[in-house]
Design a protein around this ligand. Structure first.
Ligand code: FMN
Length: 459
C-alpha cells in the first residue's frame, strides 16, 4: 500500500489560494513578514512529518480584474508578496528533514546567478531543496522587469528548455564529485584537474567558465513542475520529478495521471519517476458536525470575489465584465493555456465560479472529522493513482495544526502515512533511489565524468 506524500502549500504573502481568510480573527498570515512565523510553521510541519513545504511565487501582480489593482490591494491577493528563497535558510536551521520546494520564474532570471543561489541553498539545507520551475503568465511581470510584454506561451517553454540545460551544466557538468580535497598538509583545497569550464552558446543564453559552487548533496535540486498544456506537459514529463495536477474530478485526475506516466515512459523514464500531487483544501475537527460548523464559520470570512480576481489573471480575462448567469465565452489569451481551455470545454458562469470559490480558492475541499477526511484522501489516491497532496492553508496556522492533530493519526492507523522520516536528501525521501537524479534522466547528458574518461573522450 502506497504511503501518501504530503506538502504544505503556501506562499510568502498574506492571501495565497484561499482568499479573504486573512480577516478571520485567528488567522496569522498578516505576520508573513516575520521570520518566526516561518520558523514556527517549519517546526509544526516537521512535527506532522510533512515531506515538504512548497512555496508558490509570482512575479508581477493581478491587475486584470476590473482592469486594475484595487481589489488585489484591498484583499491582499498575493500583494504584497516577498521572495520565497529568503525563507529557506531560517527554516532549515530549525528543522532536520522538511523539504523546501521553492518556486522561481526562470523567464526573469539569469541562469548562472540562479543556479549559484540554488546550489548554495542545497548545501545549507543538506540536500533538502527543490525548485518549482515556472515560466510565468502575467503581462504585469514583463512590464515590471522592463520587457516588451509576455513572451508567447510555447516560446516560454522553449526558453525553459535551454535555461534548464544550462543549469544542468552548472550543477552537474563543471565539478567532479571528488574535486574538493580540503587537504591542509598538501595545500590542495580543490584538485584543479577535476574542475571543468562549461561553454554554452545558445539561442537565449551564453555562458563560459567554471561554476563557482562545488557539488552539493543533490547537485540538481528536486525538480517540480505543473505544465498542463501540450507543450508544458512535454516539458514536465521530460524533466520533472514531482508534478502538480488539477484535482477537479477523479476522472480527470485519473486521465492526467495515465497521460503523465505514459509520456514519462515514452521519454525513457520510469512511470513512477514522477510523483504526482493534487492541491486540496481541508477543514477538519473532532467530529463531522464540528468540521461543518468550522467550514460555515470560515466561509463567512472568505472572499469568492477575491478568488475571481486571482482567477482573472490566471486566464487573462477580466471576469468582472460578465453577469452572474452569463456563460463566459472562450477567448484565446497568452496566460495559462490549460486553465483557459476549460471555458471552451464547458459552459461556466460567474455564479459557478463563485460557488467553486467557497473558501476564496478553487481547490477541492474536504470537510469532516480526521477519520472521514483520511478515508476520502485514501480513496482519492487509490482511484486516481496520484502520489500525494499539496495542502493549502485556510486559517493560518490553525488549518495545518488541525490536519496534523486530526487527519495524520488516522492516515497512520491505516498504514498510509509514514511514522518517521527516512534519512537522506529530499530526492531520496521522495523516490528512495539516492540523492542524485538517475542516469535515465536528461541531466545525464550534461554530467562531467571522471578525468580518465574525459581525457579518453577528447583524445
Ligand atoms: C499546484 C500548482 C502550483 C502552481 N504554482 C505556480 C506558481 O507558484 N507560480 C506560477 O507562476 N505558476 C504556478 N502554477 C502554474 C504553472 O506553472 C503552469 O503555468 C500551469 O500549471 C499551466 O501550465 P501550462 O502553461 O502548460 O498551461 C502552478 C500550477 C499548479 C497546478
Amino acid at each position: 500500500m502506497k504511503k501518501i506524500l504530503l506538502n504544505a502549500f503556501d506562499m510568502n504573502c498574506v492571501g495565497h489560494i484561499n482568499h479573504g481568510l486573512w480577516t478571520h480573527p485567528r488567522d496569522q498570515s498578516h505576520r508573513f513578514d516575520e521570520i518566526s512565523y516561518w520558523t514556527d510553521l517549519a517546526k509544526t510541519l516537521e512535527k506532522g512529518l510533512f515531506d515538504g513545504l512548497f512555496i508558490a511565487d509570482i512575479t508581477g501582480s493581478y491587475d486584470v480584474y476590473q482592469n486594475g489593482l484595487d481589489l488585489t490591494l484591498r484583499e491582499s491577493i498575493q500583494l504584497p508578496s516577498h521572495d520565497p528563497t529568503t525563507l529557506v535558510s531560517a527554516m532549515a536551521a530549525v528543522t532536520e528533514h522538511l523539504g523546501f520546494g521553492i518556486t522561481v520564474n526562470l523567464s526573469y532570471e539569469n541562469p548562472y546567478q540562479f543556479a549559484r543561489r540554488f546550489a548554495s541553498l542545497d548545501h545549507l539545507t543538506k540536500g533538502r531543496l527543490g525548485w518549482n520551475i515556472v515560466t510565468g503568465y502575467l503581462d504585469s511581470a514583463a512590464r515590471l522587469v522592463g520587457q516588451d510584454g509576455l513572451k508567447e506561451h510555447d516560446l516560454r517553454y522553449e526558453q525553459a528548455e535551454e535555461f534548464l540545460a544550462l543549469c544542468y551544466q552548472f550543477w552537474e557538468g563543471s565539478w567532479q564529485d571528488d574535486a574538493i580535497q580540503k587537504n591542509k598538509v598538501n595545500r590542495i583545497f580543490t584538485d584543479p584537474s577535476k574542475v571543468h569550464a562549461i561553454n554554452h552558446q545558445g539561442k537565449f543564453y551564453q555562458s563560459q567558465g567554471v561554476f563557482q559552487v562545488a557539488p552539493s548533496i543533490q547537485r540538481t535540486p528536486v525538480l517540480f513542475q505543473a505544465g498542463a498544456s501540450p507543450k508544458g506537459l512535454g516539458f514536465a514529463t521530460q524533466h520533472a520529478e514531482a508534478m502538480f495536477i488539477g484535482g477537479e474530478s477523479i476522472e480527470k485526475a485519473q486521465q492526467q495521471v495515465s497521460k503523465i506516466r505514459q509520456l514519462a515512459v515514452e521519454q525513457g523514464r520510469h512511470a513512477d519517476d514522477i510523483k504526482i500531487f493534487v492541491g486540496i483544501t481541508v477543514v477538519t475537527a473532532e467530529t463531522d458536525a464540528l468540521a461543518e460548523e468550522k467550514f460555515a464559520e470560515y466561509r463567512r470570512y472568505a472572499s469568492p470575489e477575491a478568488g475571481l480576481a486571482h482567477f482573472s489573471s490566471s486566464v487573462g480575462i477580466d471576469l468582472s465584465q460578465y453577469q452572474e448567469d452569463e456563460a463566459i465565452p472562450y477567448q484565446q489569451t497568452n496566460s495559462i493555456a490549460s486553465v483557459n481551455q476549460r471555458f471552451k470545454e464547458r459552459k461556466t458562469t460567474i455564479k459557478d465560479l463563485k460557488d467553486q470559490h467557497a473558501l476564496g480558492g478553487r481547490y477541492p475541499i474536504f470537510i469532516g472529522s480526521g477519520e472521514t477526511v483520511a478515508q476520502q484522501l485514501i480513496e482519492y489516491v487509490d482511484q486516481t493513482g496520484i502520489d500525494g497532496f499539496n495542502l493549502t492553508r485556510t486559517v493560518a496556522p490553525e488549518s495545518h495544526e488541525d490536519f496534523i492533530k486530526y487527519v495524520i493519526p488516522q492516515l497512520q492507523q491505516r498504514g498510509r502515512y509514514k511514522n518517521a522520516y527516512q534519512d537522506g536528501s529530499l530526492r531520496h525521501k521522495l523516490a528512495g533511489q539516492g540523492d542524485r537524479l538517475p542516469e535515465r534522466h536528461p541531466v545525464a547528458h550534461f554530467r562531467c565524468r571522471p578525468s580518465a574518461l574525459i581525457n579518453k573522450q577528447s583524445a
